[in-house]
Design a protein around this ligand. Structure first.
Ligand SMILES: Nc1nc2c(ncn2[C@@H]2O[C@H](COP(=O)(O)OP(=O)(O)OP(=O)(O)O)[C@@H](O)[C@H]2O)c(=O)[nH]1
Ligand SMILES: [Mg+2]
Length: 694
């Protein structure tokens, strides 16, 4: 038997900027539904949703957390998500698991840019949306300001279904707008609710809001509108129908209010979640497509073949890896198997669990709309599609922001070196935005993520979960060296030691090539002055010497080497001797060819709100950027420029602060350019100091 039938299920993601009170609201929902016996608090570290040590330490969510509760006739599966932009991938994936989105808006801070970004994601994902204005008990709580910000920033009509009675210290409860009833709450967090008459001083305001809400609801349906305009009263049933239809069509945003911390004003919201939020079958299913673009039809039904989406992977110290799956169609029982269509492998399914915060409860059967966990899938990763039959059809994969913050990670000890890659791989399997690669030139492991905090938390987890300790540094710039003049030199290697000597003698001409040409070796030996078998050895010697330029030890590029003369010895010459001669010649030549440093230049594309454009340009100019063009994109402007990599290694935090988190950017490699002389001098000096161990 399933825990809840599909039509009684409500899947909901709780989202918004950090600190608005999502986790606190989640705790209040669970407490009122008697899932918990005390109201968990983020500040006291006893929340059942923020359970990871990193979350408790920061008093803020980092991972999305699942929990389930029953209210009235519905089973609600909620996903509390982190509001910090560093952990946006948790929300992007979470959106794939939910049908409804509950926005929590701070009555003091109102809607900050990250909430706007998140709102746009929920809209484009097609989720049904409602909001809760939280912290009505706090100083400077401003309900009306939030309503006007909702219209302006979210660009949707707010539909206030509860109004606050008093605010700050005097916040005592809420008025239910449609029923014209007041609910007063105990302030001890117990959630005790008492029905009362609407306070007389609120009657006029309530009438005004009531009429506006009626009008907005009547607008959903032409026949209702006619009735309304004729002055007829709309029945409770008609209003409920209009609320549901308008909600599904996104014509307005139902608004509730209260205090999550004091557990006030929460029950009317819970009633709404249970009665108005949609059940899984009321939402269009995402397309299942194959490589040829063909679609596979499927339905929400339990009789359908199983189809599920893995939206989260967790490593659990006891059960190992847990895959968290949203079932879209069909059913699944323990001890069965599924086909991973994303990776073309069969996976064995053992036990199936319901997740309740940290607790895993075994269940017998899951069906459409259920969110559940299975342990120890061998190859399945976040974002994969699991099917009950072996056909290669997959669900759409969300697109993630590009990781923009790069840090070099250096293992602290020898033992950490071997453990670091497998450990990082595990973290990457859980978080698709995290990336790691080894820079071939600098030899550094580069960890990239959405911001400093994203990377720091990954490093904390490396230590706690895998016992790997690393240091974080700004990555090195992979500079190159090249030449600006030509020279002809001799490289001669001659040694007479005891019996067999060593003899190699090569004359080369070193010349600059155009940018991007790399390396060219020309054999211009005539008359066998160097026997043919030794010529590749000279080239090898040159290539080896090119790995470390003489300026600051960076690889040399864009040079042409012509081997045009030399001599050999019948007995003492060898490949080794000619390799050394080639290498000596190159080193000598480069000194005479006026070497310079080249730096990587990147294409940068920055998208920011129009009003930030001036500051962003000013900052980019100070980073030696050359602006190439601008495009308007609605409220945003996209700016394209080229900029030296060295200047944008830590650009992410700067852009975040200039644009209050509303700016995004991407980088891609463009070409190499000479480093300005004053900067080159500094780099050369630093390299020399490093070599001397200064
Ligand atoms: N006074 C008051 N404080 C609240 C209320 N709700 C939450 N807080 C406090 O606000 C802070 C942030 O609350 P959280 O529930 O952690 O906020 P969140 O939205 O989950 O934040 P992130 O996990 O960082 O995205 C905590 O210190 C809470 O105690 C409220 O209704 N009233
Ligand atoms: Mg939270």
């Amino acid at each position: 038997m399933r825990r809840y039938r599909t039509e009684t299920l409500r899947n909901m993601i709780i989202m918004s900027q950090s600190g608005a009170g999502k986790t606190s609201l989640g705790e209040a929902l669970l407490f009122n539904a008697k899932v918990t016996t005390r109201l968990g608090k983020v500040l006291d570290g006893n929340s059942v949703l923020d359970v990871e040590p990193e979350e408790i330490k920061r008093q803020s969510s980092i991972f999305s957390a699942l929990h389930t509760f029953k209210w009235k006739n519905s089973g609600v599966i909620m996903l509390d998500t982190p509001g910090d932009a560093n952990f946006t991938s948790e929300v992007i994936l979470g959106l794939k698991s939910a049908d409804n989105a509950l926005f929590v808006i701070d009555a003091i801070d109102s809607i900050k840019p990250h909430s706007e970004n998140l709102w746009n994601m929920a809209v484009s994902e097609g989720l049904v949306r409602a909001c809760f204005i939280n912290k009505m008990d706090r100083e400077r709580a401003n309900f009306d300001q939030v309503l006007s910000d909702i219209s302006e920033i979210f660009e949707i009509k707010p539909l206030p279904l509860t109004l606050p009675i008093g605010s700050e210290d005097m916040f005592t409860g809420v008025v239910d707008v449609l029923r014209k009833k007041a609910y007063l709450y105990a302030k001890d967090g117990s959630g005790t609710q008492k029905e009362a008459e609407v306070p007389p001083e609120m009657k006029d305001a309530l009438d005004e809001v009531f009429n506006k809400v009626m009008e907005d609801l009547a607008e959903v349906d032409d026949t209702l509108m006619e009735k309304y305009l004729e002055g007829q009263e709309l029945s409770a049933q008609e209003l409920e129908g209009a609320l549901k239809n308008g909600l599904i069509r996104g014509e307005f945003l139902p608004v509730f209010c209260g205090s999550a911390l004091l557990n006030m004003g929460i029950q009317p919201l819970m009633d709404f979640i249970s009665s108005a939020f949609i059940s899984p079958e009321q939402r269009a299913l995402p397309a299942l497509t194959n490589k040829q673009g063909e679609k596979k039809e499927y339905r929400h039904s339990e009789d359908e073949v199983f189809c599920g989406y893995v939206f989260k992977t967790m490593s659990d110290p006891y059960t190992g890896t847990l895959s968290i799956i949203r079932c879209l169609s069909g059913t699944l029982a323990p001890d069965s198997s599924l086909y991973n269509a994303s990776r073309d492998v069969k996976e064995r399914i053992g036990a199936i669990f319901m997740l309740e915060g940290k607790t895993q409860k075994p269940i017998e059967l899951v069906g459409p709309g259920d969110i559940f966990a299975v342990a120890k899938l061998k190859e399945t990763k976040t974002g994969d599609t699991l099917l009950g039959e072996t056909v290669k059809f997959t669900l759409p994969h969300p697109s993630f922001p590009e990781p923009i913050m790069n840090m070099a990670v250096t293992p602290k000890t020898k033992a950490d070196v071997d453990k670091i890659l497998p450990a990082l791989q595990k973290l990457m399997d859980e978080d698709p935005v995290l990336n790691v690669y080894r820079d071939d030139q600098t030899g550094e492991f580069i960890l990239s993520g959405l911001g400093q905090l994203h990377i720091e938390i990954a490093v904390d987890r490396l230590k706690r979960r895998f016992g790997v300790e690393v240091e974080l540094k700004t990555p090195k710039v992979p500079y190159k060296e090249t030449i600006t003049a030509s020279a002809k030199v001799q490289g001669k290697h001659k040694k007479q030691t005891g019996g067999h000597g060593q003899y190699g003698d090569a004359w080369i001409e070193l010349e600059p090539l155009d940018r991007g040409q790399g390396f060219e070796f020309v054999n211009a030996i005539v008359g066998g002055v160097i026997p043919r078998q030794y010529i590749p050895a000279v080239e090898k010697g040159v290539i080896e010497a090119m790995q470390n330029g003489t300026l600051a030890g960076y690889p040399v590029v864009d040079v042409k080497v012509t081997l045009y003369d030399g001599s050999y010895h019948d007995v003492d010459s060898s490949e080794m001797a000619f390799k050394i001669a080639g290498s000596l010649a190159f080193k000598k030549a480069i000194e005479q060819c006026k070497p310079i440093l080249l730096e990587p230049i990147m294409n940068i594309s920055v998208t920011v709100p129009e009003e930030c454009m001036g500051d962003v340009m000013g900052d980019l100019n100070s980073r030696r950027a050359k602006i190439e063009g601008m495009n308007s994109r609605g409220k945003y402007q996209e700016l394209k420029a080229i900029v030296p990599l060295a200047e944008v290694l830590t650009y992410a935090p700067t852009l975040t602060s200039i644009t209050s988190g509303r700016g995004t950017f991407s980088l891609s490699y463009s070409h190499l350019e000479p480093v300005p002389y004053s900067i080159q001098e500094k780099i050369v000096e630093e390299a020399a100091a490093l070599k001397d161990g200064r």
